[in-house]
Design a binder for this molecule. Sequence first.
Ligand SMILES: Cc1cc2nc3c(=O)[nH]c(=O)nc-3n(C[C@H](O)[C@H](O)[C@H](O)COP(=O)(O)OP(=O)(O)OC[C@H]3O[C@@H](n4cnc5c(N)ncnc54)[C@H](O)[C@@H]3O)c2cc1C
Length: 428
Amino acid sequence: MSYPDTYYASTAISTAPRSALSEDVSVDVCVVGGGIAGLSCALELLEQGKSVAIVEREAVAWGASGRNGGLVSAGWAQGNDALEKKLGLSHAQKLFALSVQGVEQISNNIQRFALRDCQLQMGRLNVARYPQRQKFIARQRVMQDKYQYQQDYLDTDQVRQICHTQRYFDGLYDASSFHFHPLNYCLGLANVIEQKGGLIYEQSAVVNISRDKNKQLVSIADSPAKVSCENVVFCGGGYSGKEIQALQRAYLPIATYMLLTEPLGDLAAQLISRPYSISDDRRAADYYRIVEGDRLLWGSRITTDNQDNVEKLCSLLREDLCSVYPQLQEVKIDKAWSGLMAYAGHKMPIVQQQQPGVWICSSFGGHGLNTGTICGIKVAQGICAINQDYQLLSPFGCDWNGGVLGPMVANLTYKYLRLKDKIQEAAF
Ligand SMILES: Cc1cc2nc3c(=O)[nH]c(=O)nc-3n(C[C@H](O)[C@H](O)[C@H](O)COP(=O)(O)OP(=O)(O)OC[C@H]3O[C@@H](n4cnc5c(N)ncnc54)[C@H](O)[C@@H]3O)c2cc1C
């Protein structure tokens, strides 16, 4: 299986395809899904002395982990305020600290294993699309006072010195966030996993997980071969199906889109004058950054009606892009693609031991690089009885996703919020 035609695939480090599972294997832990959650979990298990096999339906990081915006920042898909309201400040603080660990873990891994071509670049600017001075200053204070997390408030003039558009107003600059090449990171991590003795099978779709005495048996489509293990960790993200029924009922696959412009030459510096990633404060944010020196990599929109037609994607995203930088109206779009994220109704990951020996580590939504990383690690540490930190996520279970009505409700909610954003922005 080749990777979808994305910027990341076209600049990926070379790796040989891996073989499918063709004979029975016995390991301590089988990890289903080779995205950032599965890879992070597998690496931690290996470092704790467990034997591990990753079974991946397509190829390492073929899913969301290899085609996302590449923005790595603290926090979860659900905001701190909502978490504090539901769980209390102390629990929300612990969750936030975990999310920070996820950010740090990625940059540590890049350094520790000298992962190639990850293009790590520090700095993220979050901007308002209409004046929000009080709100942004209050947010900065709350983050500092309650979560000991430093961000700098930038007024409209300062923001516009960085992003040359009249569309933006106030901003918060976060020096601890970074952006990077997520596919090369995952491919590098997979190489490290194999060097440490981990097994990775590609083109191997898990169709069933059953129990045989005190072992789990993981069955693969179109193959008599099975993985026998003590624990199985399911990290199938938005691309999983019916493998674990409780999970399928609990999340919705939500699509989001990205594009890459042609090289912009001098025009690139006329858009953004710092190497930061930029995201706005829309409910479903636009997020972007410059790659390769002068190309814009832009992401926006969320929907349950996944659109794969490149022409349609280009026209949808160009509309968003030009609402910020109208001078890009005639610019050629070299690539556009979509990806699926798993979203639970509570917008938090589902991380739990679903039954003895069967673990779920999934549903990281649009904030999955740091959270998928740390949750994968925490599940591994739970299996190895090092700590029970994964239970910090236990308030977020497999709640019903609304069945056939779920996608419709999600789409209507998104359209309503987008309209609300546009009305608020229209006055400025
Ligand atoms: C376009 C886009 C932009 C995004 N931007 C950002 C961003 O800038 N910052 C951020 O933090 N997050 C972002 N996200 C979200 C983030 O990418 C995801 O939350 C995260 O990558 C999820 O990781 P994962 O390992 O859970 O799932 P995935 O990366 O989707 O991996 C799951 C893997 O499991 C495999 N699989 C599924 N079912 C089976 C099965 N039955 N058998 C075997 N294998 C199976 C799939 O093939 C897939 O490779 C974005 C997502 C998208 C789609």
